[in-house]
Design a protein around this ligand. Structure first.
Ligand code: FES
Ligand SMILES: [Fe+2]
Length: 461
């Protein structure tokens, strides 16, 4: 263990000012000869307080109910990809808690969202999580009333029995719906503000990355129930502090304690966690040859005078470019290699990286369980047709990600297994605790505090 990292923090520093000794993420990325997107070197952190965060926020049924009532009914959430709705009549159902939306591409090509509930006696038109195509109209399976794809009433069987119904007032209930980067967003709040305002810095930042997410396709889509409150599980992916104990095999090639954490406004936060740079926790620095070997290469082949991270990025650019059928020559080292994770409140993470192109989404089931989806978005190949979005692969709580061969081949499956195995214990430990709450690091766990600060704003409205 690096002794400098276990030394007490400097008392002359104000809370939140302390950082891991040695090169920062900004130092590492800033020293590279390529042109990283300016968004990557932007820093936006301030101290958010250091009081304990009550465990009841994760274990209390009434807290969970308040979230359903005041949070999930109000925020924008991505529901599906535009590719799921390619032709008029394609539809996709998005559910969270008791809320359900059916999103459809109309005959006029517009994408709209409606409450998935029949205006007659409340029947759901479609099952949770379902999708389909070729709809000319929505017909309720109970009594057969139907609505056009734009939500207008089409037909009421035995119309004579409903003289009190005015056609114009009997449309489907439309919900706010908009798109960003190929994701279709919906809000269950009819008075939701604009999606653009909600997204804050995200559009500006993502415009700077090569192969924007709108130019990618869903290569892999997995879904797993996790044994924990949605926030507890999600927060396991918002910090790199746990790499030391949970993913120790990554220490030779991943900057963890020197990862960068930022937040902007209420809805967006980020970490940038370098890959191809050794952890500050290592007791002694690796030579460039040792680092190159740890990255899976023959150390004898490291070109003289070239750093291991640079050489690794060049090799990755070439190999992945060939594999994906795209030109990656304009992609910065950082976008090529690093774990760059942007979070959008309340439940989604978007990685603009090419080597780590993940999307996460967390949805509550009950106070003790949630659904975690993992998508991988690859650049659309230049000279061949774009595959349709991958079908969802569902995994049981106890099934390893290694059982998904495509995911195992990325090298990420064992990491996700390590992450998800923690949750059984953390859930039990939170309930067993005699301490009122969890104690967070001021910098490395600031994103968790940021999530809860925003959560409180919604709960206190
Ligand atoms: S509940 Fe839908 S037609 Fe009756
Ligand atoms: Fe992890």
């Amino acid at each position: 263990m690096n002794a400098r990292l276990t030394a007490l923090s400097d008392p002359s520093l104000a809370p939140g000012e302390a950082r891991c000794p040695g090169p920062s993420t900004a130092d590492i990325i800033g020293a590279e000869t390529d042109q990283p997107p300016a968004a990557l070197t932007e820093q936006s952190y301030h101290f958010l307080g250091d009081s304990d965060l009550p465990f009841a926020r994760y274990t209390s049924r009434s807290f969970f109910d308040a979230e359903i009532e005041k949070l999930w009914s109000k925020t924008w959430q991505w529901a599906c990809r535009v590719e799921h709705l390619q032709r008029p009549g394609d539809y996709f159902v998005y559910d969270v808690g008791p809320y359900s939306a059916m999103i459809v591409r109309g005959a006029d090509e517009e994408i709209r969202a409606f409450v998935n509930s029949c205006p007659h006696r409340g029947m759901q038109f479609f099952d949770a999580g379902s999708k389909g195509s070729g709809k000319q109209f929505f017909r309720c399976p109970f009594h057969g009333m139907s609505w056009h794809l734009d939500g207008a009433l089409r037909e009421i069987p035995c119309r004579w029995d409903f003289p009190h119904v005015n056609d114009a007032d009997f449309g489907l209930t439309e919900l706010p719906c908009d798109t960003w980067e190929g994701f279709v967003f919906v809000s269950f709040d009819p008075d939701a503000g604009s999606l653009a305002d909600y997204l804050g810095v995200l559009p500006r930042h993502f415009d700077e990355f090569a192969y924007p997410l709108r130019d990618r396709y869903v290569w892999l889509h997995m879904k797993k129930v996790l044994p924990g409150n949605w926030k507890m599980c999600m927060e396991g992916f918002l910090e790199a502090y746990h790499v030391l104990a949970t993913h120790p095999e990554g220490l030779r090639t991943a900057g963890d304690a020197n990862a960068q954490y930022d937040f902007w406004g209420d809805h967006v936060n980020r970490f940038v966690h370098t890959v191809g740079y050794p952890s500050p926790h290592l007791p002694k620095q690796l030579t460039e040859e040792e680092l190159f070997a740890s990255l899976g290469h023959d150390p004898q082949t490291l070109p003289p005078g070239k750093g291991a991270r640079q050489a690794h990025a060049e090799l990755q650019r070439e190999a992945m470019g060939r594999q994906l059928g795209v030109d990656l020559s304009m992609v910065s080292n950082s976008q090529m290699l690093d774990s760059i994770e942007y979070y959008l409140f309340p439940n989604a993470c978007f990685f603009p990286g090419i080597g780590i192109p993940l999307i996460y989404r967390f949805r509550p089931i009950d106070v003790d369980h949630c659904i975690h989806e993992i998508l991988m978005l690859r650049p659309k190949p230049a000279n061949s047709s774009v595959p349709p979005p991958a079908e969802v692969i569902e995994l049981d709580m106890d099934t390893s990600y290694k059982t998904v061969p495509a995911f195992a081949a990325t090298g990420l499956a064992h990491v996700l297994d390590q992450d998800t195995e923690n949750f059984f214990r953390q859930r039990a430990g939170m309930k067993a605790s005699r301490k009122a709450g969890q104690t967070l690091g001021n910098y490395q766990e600031a994103r968790i505090r940021h999530v809860h600060r925003t959560l409180d704003k919604y709960l206190n409205r």
